[in-house]
Design a protein around this ligand. Structure first.
Ligand SMILES: Nc1nc2c(ncn2[C@@H]2O[C@H](COP(=O)(O)OP(=O)(O)OP(=O)(O)O)[C@@H](O)[C@H]2O)c(=O)[nH]1
Ligand SMILES: [Zn+2]
Length: 195
């Protein structure tokens, strides 16, 4: 995995050319009226969809407070839009991100947890890696006592093509530190499941 600093600048012209080629390959006429602007549009959209390649978790985990709060913090139902690296079609769903601050009570802004999800979702991804990267970034930057990340997504590569099983959801989790302890993990899971 390349570090953000080593990722070359986004090449919009190259993306435009590639999309035009793809349209030709599937048998479309990229010069017909409805498609003339499509390579440029897709190239702009891909800049946004893959913007996370040029971001590091440290870019978003900027705000830290010492509130002395040492109990669990959990943000549920963070919407996830990512792109399956096997088929380049979306997978989407929600992420639940929780942590137990360290003894200093060092916490971050709630929105930063959602921004962190986006840093890793806006890359060609697999759900397992997305899940562990979020957890490991929190461990590195917050040095918390524990972390839990649960991601639930529908993969369009399983719905709109291939095995064609719309509605199936894949659930992945990454649990670190004290969040692995039975009672703590059970508390986090009951908060995530809303019971
Ligand atoms: N583990 C994992 N697999 C994924 C993810 N996204 C897509 N896949 C799977 O990646 C696999 C790629 O399998 P291949 O056999 O190489 O590709 P394929 O012929 O298009 O496979 P089908 O989707 O079964 O038609 C498929 O089983 C997908 O369901 C993901 O996030 N995690
Ligand atoms: Zn796929």
């Amino acid at each position: 995995m390349r570090a953000a600093a080593d990722v070359p600048e986004y090449d919009e012209e190259r993306a435009r050319t590639a999309v035009r080629e793809l349209l030709l390959a599937v048998g479309e006429d990229p010069d017909r009226e409805g498609l003339q602007e499509t390579p440029a549009r897709v190239a702009r959209a891909y800049r946004e969809i893959f913007a996370g390649l040029r971001q590091e978790p440290g870019d978003v985990l900027t705000t830290m407070f010492d509130l002395g709060h040492e109990e669990m913090v959990l943000v549920k139902d963070i919407e996830v839009y990512s792109t399956c690296e096997h088929h380049l079609v979306p997978f989407h769903g929600v992420a639940h991100v929780g942590y137990i601050p360290n003894a200093d009570g060092r916490i971050t802004g709630l929105s930063k947890l959602a921004r962190l999800v986006d840093v890793y979702a806006r890359r060609p991804q697999v759900q397992e890696r997305l899940t562990t990267q979020i957890a490991d970034a929190l461990v590195e930057h917050l040095e918390p006592r524990g972390v839990i990340v649960v991601v639930e997504c529908e993969h369009l590569c399983m719905s709109m093509r291939g095995v064609r099983k719309p509605g199936s959801r894949t659930v992945t989790s990454a649990v670190r530190g004290q969040m692995r302890d039975g009672a703590t993990r059970a508390e986090a899971m009951s908060l995530i499941l809303g019971r």
